[in-house]
Design a protein around this ligand. Sequence first.
Ligand SMILES: [Ca+2]
Ligand SMILES: [Ca+2]
Length: 113
Amino acid sequence: MGVMELPLNLKEFFKKRQFMGQKEEALKKIKHLVDTKFQGSYKSCFDHYDKLGLHNEKISKEELKVMLKDASIGFGDWARSIAASKIIKAVDVNKDNEISWEELKKMIGAHPR
Ligand SMILES: [Ca+2]
Ligand SMILES: [Ca+2]
């Protein structure tokens, strides 16, 4: 039996668990932002942040950072910068480093309006 294997696997396991927890927490906070500021409409929320920088039907990293700030996700610019990069990496299907409405819908799941 590999003595070294177990701790490493456990470490990976907890890292994954932590990430899943963070994701759930972030999605909850974004839902709260959408419910309180955009009458429950993810599309209105998307359009609002899309327009902050270049209005191109996509959320850039800078636009996403403002959304995270408004949703109280991450403390400080540095933490939000890392969170924004992680989120974009996770949902950016076409690899243009921006989040389209289709990609955002995939991130939140279900059928947002
Ligand atoms: Ca934009
Ligand atoms: Ca994209």
